[in-house]
Design a protein around this ligand. Structure first.
Ligand code: 1GP
Length: 244
């Protein structure tokens, strides 16, 4: 079977990841979500968050038992590891200058990932400023790239590709007022050949289409579906309209 990265590097297809925050769903909510996922499957399920109160294991187990989608870790720190996941977005926070999130947590995580044998996708994670402070900015103690400076975004993403990272994730922050600006996404798309992941503040299928059109290969939706799980259908229909 193809690894998820093999699928992602086929950039002829647009894809959707659903971010499932273990603190965002109760038992019933999570079971209902599984039902919606199976009716209209996204391409990937991500589990994690900047700061978690609930264990990720339960969320991962419910998603693995209830769906046939790949379940990947999207870890806010090295406490969010699990052998039960299919893989991990191994995030290096290249927009910041905090060594703990560039390499420190990775050293702690590496032996666990090696033993677990799950798929690892080395990902350059770039926080893009969007007008308000976000949890990820505070928790990572790093400064985002100014949203109106695509040149800094381009240079950072280029450096990530030159360093050998396998994908770039542009993050406006969960619950962001606006997604990453079109100018930033399209400027970066022009200069890198890696799969481009974009998340944060994507609340409607219309916005998803704009973000895809700007150059995203995979979009990540969290809050919007947490609030209204039925929206999965509309997001998937938007994706399908581009993959015909
Ligand atoms: C956050 O990019 C993800 O890490 C998703 O953000 O919750 O705003 O959709 P939202």
């Amino acid at each position: 079977m193809k690894s998820f990265y093999d699928q992602l590097r086929d950039r002829s297809q647009k894809r959707i990841a659903l971010l499932v925050d273990p603190d965002g769903y109760n038992d019933k909510g999570l079971n209902d979500l599984v039902g919606y996922i199976n009716m209209n499957p996204p391409d990937l399920l991500l589990v994690g968050g900047s700061l978690l109160f609930n264990p990720i294991e339960i969320t991962i187990t419910v998603l693995k038992l209830g769906t046939s989608l790949p379940v990947f870790l999207f870890p806010g720190n090295c406490f969010q590891l699990s052998d039960r996941a299919d893989g991990i977005l191994f995030l290096s926070l290249i927009s910041g200058r905090n060594p703990e999130f560039l390499i420190g947590n990775h050293v702690l995580a590496a032996p666990h990932l090696h033993r677990a044998g799950i798929e690892v996708i080395p990902t350059g994670y770039m926080l893009i400023e969007n007008g308000k402070s976000t949890s990820v900015e505070y928790m990572s103690n790093s400064t985002p790239i100014p949203g109106n400076k695509p040149d800094i975004g381009v240079a950072t993403a280029m450096a990530g590709e030159m360093l050998g990272l396998k994908s770039i994730y542009l993050e406006a922050g969960s619950g962001a007022a606006y997604p990453v600006a079109r100018e930033m996404i399209s400027a970066i798309r022009k200069y890198i050949s890696l799969p481009l992941i974009v998340g944060g503040g994507i609340r409607t299928p219309e916005t998803a289409l704009e973000v895809f059109d700007a150059g995203a290969d995979l979009i990540v939706v969290g809050n919007a579906i947490e609030k209204e799980p039925k929206l999965i259908k509309e997001f998937c229909e938007a994706r399908n309209s581009l993959n015909k």
